[in-house]
Design a protein around this ligand. Structure first.
Ligand code: NAD
Ligand code: NA
Length: 395
């Protein structure tokens, strides 16, 4: 079939298998071009199909020849209905990992559930014995708690007062003012339950209980801080409360891993166009200005550049360069004073009329479509494609 992008609001309903494969190939080539990393050899990636998790899986496999198990929640394609991009990404990743002689198996299901944890435990026992690196990169708006069956929803709201600021609809380029009402009721708790550290710790507990973590095993979860302009809705908002919890959980996990000399870290990453970040008001405008400034300064990075640098310079580079709160920072370039000052100046000026010029609106939009395998350079979108691709390891 011929597959075209179909968007509704901030989501794209279709995705393109050839474009997704090309994205994966480009990331593989980037990692290979940077040379080998003396890193972990048996890696579990939770949230492995898109964004930072996919980049982590690719960097482990093609940077360190690691065996990888990837867990994610994606829609398989059916006749006439494309799958979700993470499904196509994973099919492409496994295909090329296998071609390179690397072990790669994937589990598609709800990582928050006891069942999927058990499946992963069984798979590690059967195939890999022990894991030396666990990447936690889940991003989800909902979580069904495995002990109670209760379904929690996260919200993106400020805490305490209404937040009013600019935002952009990146499909139309219209800059407008948006007001977001503060959290109420159980909003904060619910968001912490979905995006905080509880599930991360449950994963590590489950693996440790079965002796599936190697001596000195490391686990890393991803966080975000960001600039002053997004603080009320991001870092000081409900999602920030969840990130505070995630960051605190790293210390708890490190305590739990003492007996095996293991460590848990949070890495604070750069703002990037991913499915998760496109849904947060105000952030797309910030990102479009940030990209413009960072591209002009030739310090722009995407997911793969971020994770390749995290691995080669921090995790396995001998210098974690932890901040005062014990976090790894690969958002360091985003947070440079000159970058933040320039973005803040542009923020004041940004209007519908000038954004295409002072911001990287086109770059944002292109990257958004790229997430779904569209507008990827070199892909022939007129060609008939088979939408019913399968992930090789899927039963
Ligand atoms: P993403 O949406 O691209 O990836 C999320 C992954 O989680 C996908 O593989 C998805 O399949 C998987 N997933 C979601 N729900 C699941 C479930 N119930 N069971 C199994 N898998 C599930 O997100 P991302 O932007 O790469 O974010 C990953 C992490 O990085 C998050 O913690 C996010 O806060 C953080 N982060 C993001 C940014 C950014 O700008 N996007 C910046 C810094 C940090
Ligand atoms: Na991810």
């Amino acid at each position: 079939m011929i597959i075209e992008p179909r968007t509704r609001g901030f989501i794209c309903l279709t995705s393109h298998p050839t474009g997704c494969e090309q994205n994966v190939l480009n990331q593989i080539e980037y990692v290979k071009s940077k040379g080998k990393i003396e890193g972990a050899k048996k890696v579990l990636v939770l949230g492995a199909s898109t964004g930072f998790g996919l980049a982590s899986r690719i960097t482990s496999a093609f940077g360190s020849d690691a065996a990888t198990i990837g867990v994610f929640f994606d829609k398989a394609p059916t006749e006439g209905r494309p799958g979700s991009p993470g499904y196509y990404n994973t099919a492409a990743f496994e295909k090329h990992a296998h071609k390179a002689g690397l072990y790669a198996k994937s589990i598609n299901g709800d990582a928050f559930s006891n069942e999927i944890k058990q499946e992963v435990v069984n798979l590690i026992k059967e195939d890999l014995g022990q894991i030396d690196l666990v990447i936690y990169s889940l991003a989800s708006p909902v979580r069904t708690h495995p002990n109670t069956g209760k379904r929690y929803k996260s919200v993106l709201k400020p805490i305490g007062e209404v937040f009013t600021n600019k935002t952009v609809d990146f499909h139309t380029g219209v800059v407008s003012e948006i007001s977001i009402n503060p959290a109420e009721g159980d909003d904060i708790e619910n968001t912490v339950t979905v995006m905080g550290g509880e599930d991360w710790k449950m994963w590590i507990d489950a693996l440790k209980a079965e002796n599936l973590l190697a001596e000195g095993a490391t686990t890393v979860a991803y966080s975000y801080i960001g600039p002053e302009v997004t603080k009320p809705v991001y870092r000081n908002g409900t999602i920030g409360a969840a990130k505070d919890h995630l960051e605190a959980t790293a210390f708890e996990i490190t305590d739990d891993l003492k007996s095996i000399g293991g460590k848990a870290y949070v890495s604070v990453n750069k703002a990037l166009v991913t499915q998760a970040s496109s849904a947060i008001p105000v952030i797309p405008l910030y990102i479009s200005l940030l990209f413009k400034v960072m591209k002009d300064k030739e310090i722009h990075e995407g997911c793969i550049e971020q994770i390749q640098r995290l691995y080669s310079e921090r995790l396995f580079g001998g210098d974690l360069a932890l901040d005062e709160k014990g976090r790894i920072r690969v958002d360091d370039w985003e947070m440079y004073d000159d970058v933040q000052e320039e973005v803040a100046e542009l923020w004041e000026k940004a209007t519908t009329e000038n954004l295409a010029e002072i911001g990287d609106l086109q770059g944002y939009s292109d990257e958004f479509f790229n997430l779904f395998g569209f507008k990827v350079p070199g892909v022939n979108y007129e060609a008939d494609v088979n939408e019913v691709v399968k992930i090789p390891s899927e039963k």
